[in-house]
Design a protein around this ligand. Structure first.
Ligand code: ADP
Ligand code: MG
Length: 167
């Protein structure tokens, strides 16, 4: 976990499209080498978030859960690596399976079930923590290492714009 002193912001979404729209706003500020780590239970909305983030990054291919391949790659403004570690048995498998690829330094990596990486988790990262509030409501908490604060600013801007759009 990032330290409690990390910059943070929270937002609540009310349907999967809203989660995608928020994530797209974050994808638009992504920079090369960024790592975005998603935490939360099955069905929390991590893949919905990844779809929106990819769209914000200019990916036009359909993003699905890479559960069976562990890692999928997409072309966008930057190359996107989408990892889903749900099925890995441990850190060794993640490292041995080539999931930490040196090319990620020039792209953006978004990882579902990032907690599976344990101590191998990048220290420098954006964390998105999902909580299921009810069937359609999700709370997303962002925690940003210092270099990742533009994501917090983007979330705050998105939240403000969203509120005014709804009057
Ligand atoms: P995960 O990848 O975390 O296992 P998914 O993104 O695959 O979860 O699935 C989330 C499920 O929850 C989808 O069926 C989606 O339609 C539903 N859902 C309902 N409300 C939301 C919301 N606010 N944000 C994201 N998904 C939502
Ligand atoms: Mg998923």
């Amino acid at each position: 976990m990032l330290p409690a002193t990390a910059a943070s912001a929270t937002v609540e979404t009310h349907d999967p499209i809203e989660t995608q729209r928020l994530a797209a706003a974050l994808g638009r500020v992504a920079r090369s080498g960024d790592r975005v780590c998603l935490f939360g239970p099955l069905g929390a909305g991590k893949t919905q978030f990844a779809k929106g983030f990819a769209a914000g990054l200019g990916v036009t291919d359909v993003v699905n859960s890479p559960s069976f391949t562990l890692m999928a790659e997409y072309e966008g403004r930057l190359r996107l690596f989408h990892l889903d570690l749900y099925r890995i048995s441990g850190v060794g498998e993640a490292l041995g399976g080539g999931l930490l690829d040196e090319r990620q330094a020039e792209g953006v990596t978004i990882t579902e079930w990032a907690d599976r990486l344990g101590d191998s988790l990048d220290r420098d990262r954006l964390e998105v923590r999902f909580t299921v509030l009810d069937e359609d409501r999700r709370r997303l908490e962002l925690l940003a290492a210092p270099a990742y604060e533009p994501y917090i600013e983007a979330l705050v801007r998105w939240r403000a714009g969203d509120a005014s759009a709804e009057g």
